[in-house]
Design a protein around this ligand. Structure first.
Ligand code: PMP
Length: 423
């Protein structure tokens, strides 16, 4: 029965029951962690062969990968990922181990130098503003904040960002220079941006002539079902709409091979790629091609990556199923929680009774379960409704996910009963 429908006496009973359940959990002295979207060691083991590669040091074109050079990355690895990301190999750069670094470099270059379609460096503008679909990725917001870029939010709908809300923000204000988007299995919503929404975002009129969509496709290949959702073809859509330089695409193998020693990618119009590598060439004489060759040999081809991702799915799907099962069993009829059932990616987004997310995270912490801080999925760490909690079930073993989720649901019910009792 929904908590909100209980009489005062029933609510007092419910509060007492949840307090007792909570106190019992606290006595167990748990130390569990659902905070970050990291692969488990079992997942990392899938790529252990990388530790014994590459064989030899010569790339397909005869390049000695041990030496300097090849700023845009190893052609054979770019070919594999160009196919997977649906872009042309010449439009794809293979870089170092972090796509977040490539995003930061892109933003810093836009600020210092301006983009291929900018009138001037963004730093010379009075103000730079970004549109941020929420809930979103905390590190995107922290990066913008560190660079002095202001943030305005738009809601995420089931098919991507609320296009009408974005349109209103970008139409007349030239300070609005760009937006973030995690287009496939978004962090933390799991939402995938439809081809139609992507078409509107790439074609919409913007007051800024150099508006950018930072298309962070971190989870493009991270399917949790056999129905492998395809990412919208943002570069072709943008070209067709006459805005070829609007999207900058990012991806990496961080959640495919090793999170700390993978390969990151950037894609865009040929001009964007030239712009990016031109600036990169001032700070690097070439990427780690040994690691790139290692990855190319490990996968062989795009199907090798697909087969590898199916092995990840086998490991992590039961964890997502456990989260769904425990949320449904414990909170299904409580009327105080809603959550996503993602078909890919690394997260479940849980909305609790407004005004209680912070309390839930605090209660969980005191019971030994670390959750991502409430508000983390919003710019400046501020969730206006104090309702959203991001759950990341990939890292702990299945049994720990189950124990941690039982704590989470108890905390959700206790915080809701407290709030409702307080009136
Ligand atoms: N983008 C998103 C949406 C992410 O969730 C993550 C990892 N949590 C990253 C980027 C980080 O990518 P990388 O390891 O390539 O820097």
């Amino acid at each position: 029965m929904a908590l909100a429908d209980l009489s005062a006496a029933e609510l007092a009973d419910a509060l007492a029951t949840q307090r007792t359940a909570y106190d019992r959990i606290r006595e167990q002295g748990l130390t569990l962690d659902l905070t970050r979207g990291k692969p488990s060691s079992e997942q990392l083991d899938l790529s252990e062969e990388l530790m014994r590669l590459p064989q030899g040091h010569t790339a397909a074109d005869g390049t000695d990968v041990r030496n300097y050079g090849g700023l845009a990355g190893l052609p054979e690895l770019r070919e594999i990922f160009a196919e997977l990301l649906g872009v042309e190999p010449r439009q794809l750069v293979a870089g170092g181990n972090s796509s977040l670094t490539m995003m930061a470099d892109t933003l810093k270059n836009l600020l210092l130098h301006g983009g291929v379609d900018s009138e001037r460096p963004w730093l010379q503008e009075e103000k730079v503003t970004f549109v941020c679909p929420v809930p979103g990725y905390d590190r995107h917001f922290a990066l913008l904040e560190s660079l002095g870029i202001e943030m305005v939010t738009v809601p995420m709908n089931a098919d991507g960002p609320d296009v009408e809300a974005v349109r209103r923000l970008v139409a007349d204000d030239p300070s609005v220079k760009g937006m973030w988007l995690v287009p496939t299995y978004g962090n933390p919503t799991g939402i995938t941006c439809s081809q139609e929404v992507a078409a509107e975002l790439t074609a919409m009129p913007t007051a800024a002539p150099d508006f950018k969509i930072l298309w962070d496709n971190a989870y493009a290949l991270h399917h949790l079902t056999e129905d492998e959702t395809k990412s919208a073809d943002v570069l072709s859509l943008a070209s067709a709409a006459g805005n070829p330089h609007r999207p900058v695409v990012f991806a990496s193998t961080s959640k495919i091979t090793f999170a700390g020693a993978g390969v990151a990618f950037l894609a865009g119009s040929p001009e964007t790629v030239k712009w990016f590598t031109g600036h990169l060439g001032k700070s690097s004489i070439g990427p780690d091609k040994v690691n790139q060759l290692r990855h190319a040999q490990f996968f062989g081809d795009a199907d090798g990556v697909r087969a590898h991702m199916a092995k990840h799915r086998e490991i992590i799907k039961p964890k997502f199923d456990a989260v769904e099962r425990i949320l449904s069993d414990d909170l299904g009829d409580s009327g105080v929680a809603r959550w996503t059932t993602p078909e890919g990616g690394y997260f479940v987004s849980l909305d609790v009774l407004p005004g209680t997310a912070g309390r839930v995270v605090e209660l969980a912490k005191d019971a030994g379960v670390a959750l991502t801080p409430a508000g983390a999925s919003f710019p400046y760490g501020q969730d206006p409704d104090d309702t959203n909690i991001r759950l990341a079930p990939t890292l702990p073993p299945l049994a720990e996910v189950e124990s941690a989720m039982a704590v989470v649901t108890t905390c959700v019910l206790l915080a809701a009963a407290e709030k409702l009792s307080a009136g």
